[in-house]
Design a protein around this ligand. Structure first.
Ligand code: ATP
Ligand code: MG
Length: 592
């Protein structure tokens, strides 16, 4: 995509930013120095729970608010770092008493309630490996994940237990303990969380923790197939902390709202660990998306840094920038987005709605933390996901016709031409890199060539070193000898005033190989009709040219998405072509 517009970083952002000069920061950054900024356990090693909580109490910031929780019923609770220290120590003691040992796996299946946050951090202190699951998963997706991670203990609510866990519990082969956050009355084999935790000692001595000790098991979003279980270690907290400092411009006095659920890696890495490692106040809302409620939350809570996803931004855009302008969002200093490509239209809309651009950044479950980002103090090119963070070496690699990574002179071949697309690769070795795919070593090994981690995403790097997302490798459409990324077509359609959302796939064609097909959902006030279709086709042809523009457009108000908000193009393709739908465990079921 060739977007020439540029949004220069404003002087205030530059003056205030943690990183004022990208190149200087890259030149002086080292992971060794970053590790030295951690507190380290008195008993030795690195423990995420200690870095996220205890260090702040020890350093005299115990009375600062760690978590501000907004309940779905309008309730509002605050927990200081000192509160958190006591609660998570109690959880760690309670888990040990149950027989949960270092390396055992502990899961949560909960909405965004305080107990979830206590459990995650308490279990990390006890040396357990933690997996938060989306509360909306059905029984089978929960069972598969429990068994793939050999879950020993699970924390859930009574309602979710009855709805999701009871029917599969017998088949969860390693599951010994089910803890319930609320009522257990009349049930066999359930433990009440508060009854276990409250009598426990508020002091806990964290055992020496090897930085390579497993800490988190996260399943990928399942956008391209069966979700993979990526294992992360305690040392990852170093990357969480640094990336939040650099890419989210986070500071200890920030009120930080990450809208992601901890069932998705973003909601744990940046919804819990990163902001707490920096001593910020984490805002958590129990309720799901609602345009007016979100603006009200930003205003009332004086949110300063906001991290969200393109799907949410596109939903906000439906109501127009004027809706945002009704609120006093003067506290908001920085907005970032992740999870899917952020359409240029959304970035410029951010300027209109909030007075600041939305900063796209890129990472994956496997990378454990942000890798490529638009920094607060840097110019933004709408449509670009930014530049590699300090400490991250990225490259664009060429794949040969047969699918193998091209080599010259024994080395992988790096693309330097700014117009040539290739696979995004990262030089292995940053602290939050996944250490395995549980139960799939072969798949893990396939992700590496020499010391490069292959991301599976196709990108382009421009002359200024900015990266532009083209497509997931699996989504690239080959049409009449051209390679088309769905994002480019979707972004062009989104520029049309009637379009709220678009998803683009390739469908087989005897002459062209494949042709581009678009699914479009219209904004309120626009109706699907033949003339609207013709109008959109003409609009796309004008912007993209005849080869790339969609050959057909279908109106749909139900573009399938994952629970983390990503368009499931593989499902659209399967449905269009009448093929098997594949793993649907992460499909978001829309509620009318
Ligand atoms: P699966 O691996 O199971 O198919 P997934 O790749 O969607 O699912 P995640 O790890 O949640 O699982 O998502 C990472 C992917 O999301 C990236 O590889 C990329 O394709 C996409 N992505 C994330 N951020 C961005 C971004 N800023 N721009 C473009 N794509 C992004
Ligand atoms: Mg992936």
């Amino acid at each position: 995509m060739h977007i020439s517009s540029m949004i220069p970083a404003n002087a205030r952002a530059r003056a205030q930013a943690n990183v004022a000069d990208y190149s200087a920061e890259c030149a002086q950054f080292s992971w060794e120095a970053a590790f030295r900024r951690l507190a380290f356990l008195p008993s030795g090693g690195i423990n995420m729970g200690y870095e996220a909580i205890d260090r702040h109490v020890l350093e005299g910031r115990g009375d600062e608010v760690a978590l501000r929780w907004l309940g779905g019923d309008g309730s509002r609770l605050e927990f200081t770092y000192r509160d958190f220290e006591a609660r998570t120590n109690q959880v760690a003691n309670a888990l040990q008493k149950l027989g949960v040992e270092s390396g055992d796996h502990v899961y949560t299946l909960l909405g965004r309630v305080p107990a979830l946050y206590f459990m995650v951090l308490g279990a990390l202190k006890a040396g357990a490996v933690v997996t938060p699951l989306f509360s909306s998963f059905g029984p089978e997706p929960v069972l598969t994940r429990l068994n793939r991670g050999k879950a020993k203990a699970l924390l859930t609510s009574r309602r979710l237990y009855d709805r999701t866990v009871a029917s599969i519990r017998e088949r969860a082969t390693d599951l010994e303990h089910v803890l319930i956050t609320d009522d257990i009355c009349g049930s066999e084999g359930l433990l009440q969380f508060d009854h276990l935790v409250e009598p426990s000692d508020t002091r806990f001595s964290i055992a020496p923790t090897d930085p390579e000790h497993p800490a988190l098991l996260h399943f990928t979003s399942g956008t391209t197939g069966v979700p993979k279980g990526a294992l992360h270690v305690h040392a990852a907290i170093c990357a969480h902390r640094e990336t939040a400092r650099v890419a989210l411009d986070l500071k200890p006095d920030d009120v930080f709202w990450c809208t992601a659920d901890p069932g998705w890696v973003t909601g744990t890495s940046y919804g819990i660990l990163a902001p707490m490692a920096l001593g910020a106040t984490v805002l958590v809302t129990e309720a799901e998306f609602d345009t007016t409620e979100w603006y009200r939350t930003l205003e009332r809570e004086r949110v300063t840094v906001w991290y969200t996803a393109p799907t949410a931004i596109r939903r906000l855009m439906r109501s127009g920038a004027s809706e945002a302008q009704r609120f006093d969002l003067s506290a908001l200093r920085f907005i970032a987005s992740v999870g899917e490509p952020l359409n240029p239209e959304a970035v410029t809309w951010g300027v209109e709605a909030f007075g600041i651009p939305i900063h796209d950044n890129w990472w994956q479950t496997e990378t454990g933390g942000i890798m490529i980002a638009n920094l607060a103090a840097c110019d933004v090119f709408p449509g670009s996901m930014g530049r590699p963070l300090p400490g991250i070496t990225a490259a664009v690699l060429r794949r040969r016709e047969d699918g193998e990574i091209a080599r010259t002179g024994g080395e992988v071949e790096q693309i330097s031409d700014p117009d040539e697309e290739g696979e995004l690769a990262l030089r292995a070795g940053w602290p939050s890199m996944f250490r395995s795919y549980v139960d799939n070593q072969e798949r893990y090994d396939k992700c590496f060539r020499d010391d490069w981690y292959l991301t599976g995403d196709i990108v382009r790097r421009d002359r200024n070193g900015y990266y532009w997302f083209v497509a997931r490798g699996d989504d690239v459409i080959k049409t009449s000898g051209h390679l088309v990324g769905p994002f480019e077509v979707e972004s062009a359609l989104l520029e049309h005033p009637a379009v709220a959302e678009a998803a683009v796939i390739g469908i087989p064609d005897p002459i062209a190989g494949n042709v581009v097909k678009a699914f479009v959902s219209l904004r309120d006030g626009y109706d699907p009709s033949d003339s609207m279709r013709q109008d959109l086709m003409a609009f796309a042809r004008h912007r993209l040219g005849a080869v790339i523009a969609p050959r057909s457009i279908e109106f749909s108000n139900d573009i399938p998405k994952t629970r983390s908000g990503k368009v499931l193009r593989r499902l659209l393709r399967a449905r269009t072509l009448g093929l098997p739908e594949g793993d649907l465990s992460t499909l978001e079921v829309s509620h009318p």
